[in-house]
Ligand binder design. Structure first.
Ligand code: PMP
Length: 427
């Protein structure tokens, strides 16, 4: 039984003492007191199926015992800064992570968050190339520090401060974009930005393979190979932001970029890497990594023993429990069921995504694609009442983001779709 303070008390403290822009997903904010695998529990002991926790915890699920044990064991032995002495936890995890990477991507820099990882990757791109200009995609999200906020191309997340050296290319969005699924057409915009907006040379390009915050937008096929070629010709480096799509989530591949047949110069990651603990990383080549040797670069807690012991345990669990395969099987099943639901309910404009990273976009008019924002909120509330938690995103806030822990089952998928179906039928 839960013995903590009542929800009203927590809400009062949050309102009085915490960041006023923190969002509540629900009208009556949910107070979660415990988690187990794909479930969350509120203060009354009510269980919820968590179909959004995957943005913070990878497939292992909430409080996976093997990850917890690894964290506790290491906490009992030593928790310290990363930079002063040798410790095996960070070295072992770096080796294991590098083994999951293609090509020459073998050097790991650990950070505490995705923002830090992307800041570092873009810093290295600028140092390596001697150029300032970076191209990112409209509708992308990369973080909230100066360079990452500049790269984030979503006015909801941008503050009015100086953001230099950043250009935003048209997002190759197969549903809303003007060129549909023709990736190569969208890529021409990147060439145009280089030709008309820069000296002809750039530091690099950063993008997600599937835009998460932007509403689970899978980049049009053919886009990334064409853009990577254009960027290489302009002397730049390509950065894959795998903060949401990485770590087996897409099912077909371990990393999101792999589905596009490209090999980036740098890969950034966070969230799922640690199943909920603060950890991020940049993985790059020895040659690019060398640029930081010009000065001293370190991060007091990035890759500390406790977090890296946890991260290493996550990798082992992903493999042992075949969670990539599960993401593929259950994700395909869930997507099929949602596509069938689209036939039934006119409000569903698009079902998209890969593996257990799925978006359902709601519109009031199929031709005009008018965002059904109020309906999205209403259905989300109704699903919560029925015990299912989904996320929401997209520029207009009209896309359900379904990113469950990767241990999600077909029964869970059925329950999710049935509640969505019921809520839509009641509209
Ligand atoms: N990149 C992507 C794709 C993200 O979704 C996020 C977080 N929403 C970030 C970077 C930033 O990560 P963090 O919040 O850990 O700084």
């Amino acid at each position: 039984p839960y013995a903590g303070p009542p929800t009203s008390e927590i809400l009062r403290k949050r309102t009085q003492f915490l960041n006023p822009t923190m969002v509540h997903l629900y009208k009556n904010p949910l107070n979660v007191v415990a988690g187990k695998m794909q479930y969350l529990f509120d203060e009354t002991g009510r269980r919820y199926l968590d179909a959004f926790g995957g943005i913070a915890t990878v497939g292992c699920g909430h409080c996976h015992p093997e990850v917890i044990d690894a964290i506790i064991d290491q906490t009992k032995k030593l928790q310290h800064s990363t930079v002063l002495y040798l410790n095996h936890a960070i070295a072992d995890f770096a080796e294991a992570l590098a083994s999951k990477m293609p090509g020459d991507l073998k050097v790991v820099f650990f950070t505490n968050s995705g923002t830090e990882a992307n800041e570092l990757a873009m810093l290295m791109a600028r140092l390596y190339t001697g150029c300032q200009d970076i191209i990112s995609l409209r509708n992308g999200y990369h973080g909230n520090a100066p360079t990452t906020m500049a790269a984030t191309a979503h006015s909801n997340w941008k503050f009015n401060v100086v953001q230099t050296g950043m250009h935003h290319a048209v997002s190759p969005d197969p549903y809303r974009g003007v060129f549909g699924s023709d990736g190569e057409q969208y890529a021409k915009d990147v060439q145009g930005i280089i030709d008309y907006g820069t000296s002809g040379q750039v530091a690099g390009f950063i993008s997600e393979a599937i835009q998460g915050v932007g509403g689970v937008v899978e980049l049009a096929p053919g886009y990334l190979p064409a853009v990577y070629n254009i960027i290489k010709k302009a002397g730049g480096l390509c950065i894959a932001d795998e903060v949401q799509a990485g770590f087996a989530r897409t099912g077909s591949h371990f990393w999101g970029f792999e589905a596009h047949g490209v090999v980036p110069d740098m890969v950034t990651m966070a969230k799922g890497i640690g199943n909920g603990i603060p950890l991020g990383a940049v993985v790059t080549t020895p040659e690019i990594a060398q640029v930081l040797a010009r000065r001293i670069y370190n991060n007091t807690f990035g890759g500390n023993p406790v977090c890296t012991a946890g991260g290493h345990a996550v990798l082992k669990v992903l493999e042992k429990e075949k969670l990539q395969e599960n993401a593929f099987i259950v994700g395909s099943y869930l997507k099929d069921r949602l596509e069938a639901l689209q036939e039934k309910h006119d409000i569903i404009g698009d079902v998209r995504g890969r593996g257990l990273m799925i978006g359902v976009e709601l519109v009031t008019d199929h031709k005009l694609k008018t965002p059904a924002k109020a309906e999205t909120l209403h259905i989300m509330e109704e699903m919560r009442e029925m015990g299912v938690l989904v996320g929401k995103g997209g520029f207009y806030g009209n896309v359900f983001r379904i990113l469950p822990p990767l241990c999600f089952t077909k029964d869970d998928a059925d329950f999710l779709v049935d509640t969505m179906d019921f809520a839509m039928s009641q509209l």
